[in-house]
Design a protein around this ligand. Structure first.
Ligand SMILES: Nc1ncnc2c1ncn2[C@@H]1O[C@H](COP(=O)(O)OP(=O)(O)OP(=O)(O)O)[C@@H](O)[C@H]1O
Length: 260
């Protein structure tokens, strides 16, 4: 499917639980360009995951409107335009990597042969073709997460939503996954919305980083990251990479700025 953009206007989200009202998001506007890589960065509990679900039509906001391309968010979900990758890969333990990668597409479309072909292509893209016949217990954490990315890609969504997909991985694996994801993005041109706590991950991957603050969650700054592509390990050393990281750190840890 062709990549599309997302526009959200006046989004608010209030949860009511056990008589308590919690306004998590308020008066939030965001515009995400087709084929862009956008990160939502902010402290724990500021509403990143809630915003991600609203942008992907998975959760209905209390107020405001979300458009995905020229459709309502609900229509985009119905038309299976949204791919989702979460922190835990949640693979079916009795299915091979290939069968897991094909699973959602098979459920959605019922075309076994085409689903397995799409899974093979997606596994190739995530660098896991050699492990297609392995069962989940034979995969490392990074490999399992690659399968979950392949599972989302096999659906050929217009938008890929990723909620801290590498948060449970060790630092070395995480760096490798980030390099792979940058390559996948370049190869597919998908619109990717990525939730993270990590400043360096956000700068490395994104062309726009939206910084969120808490209580209620708002976007306080949107930074276009003008670091040349393709980004590699060497990108971390570039003065502009360090400058963007410092600027984001000041937003996230204002007390450090005052103390400095
Ligand atoms: N379904 C829900 N019902 C009630 N409250 C919710 C629900 N989902 C989220 N919340 C509340 O909304 C707030 C924001 O949660 P959210 O998961 O969006 O934050 P986050 O920035 O992604 O956090 P983290 O980085 O820790 O994952 C939290 O206070 C959370 O308790």
């Amino acid at each position: 499917m062709a990549a599309v953009g997302i526009t959200a206007r006046g989004v608010a989200m209030t949860f009511r639980t056990r008589g308590q009202t919690n306004t998590v998001l308020e008066s939030l506007d965001i515009r995400i360009a087709p084929s862009s890589f956008v990160s939502l960065l902010g402290p724990s509990g500021c509403g990143k995951s809630t915003l991600l679900k609203i942008l992907g039509g998975i959760m209905k906001p209390s107020a405001g409107e979300v458009r995905i391309g020229d459709e309502s968010a609900q229509d985009a979900v119905r038309n299976r335009e949204i791919g989702l990758v979460l922190q835990r890969p949640a693979l079916l333990p009795w299915k091979t990597a290939r069968q897991n990668a094909a699973h959602l597409r098979m459920l959605a479309k019922g075309d076994k042969k085409a689903s397995l072909a799409a899974a093979d292509e997606a596994l190739e893209l995530v660098g896991l073709a050699h492990a297609a016949d392995k069962l989940p217990h034979e995969l490392s954490g990074g490999m399992a997460q690659r399968v979950s990315i392949a599972r989302a890609l096999a659906m050929d969504p217009s938008i890929l939503l990723m909620d801290e997909p590498f948060g449970a991985l060790d630092a070395i694996t995480r760096d490798a996954m980030n390099e792979s994801l940058a390559q996948i993005w370049a190869a597919t041109g998908k619109t990717i919305v990525f939730v993270t706590h990590s400043i360096s991950e956000a700068v490395f991957l994104s062309d726009v980083v939206h910084v969120m603050s808490a209580n209620p969650g708002r976007i306080v700054e949107s930074i276009e990251v003008d670091v040349p592509f393709p980004r590699t390990e060497a990108s971390f050393e570039l003065p502009e990479f360090v400058a963007y990281s410092n600027r984001l750190r000041e937003w996230l840890h204002p007390s450090e700025r005052k103390a400095a």
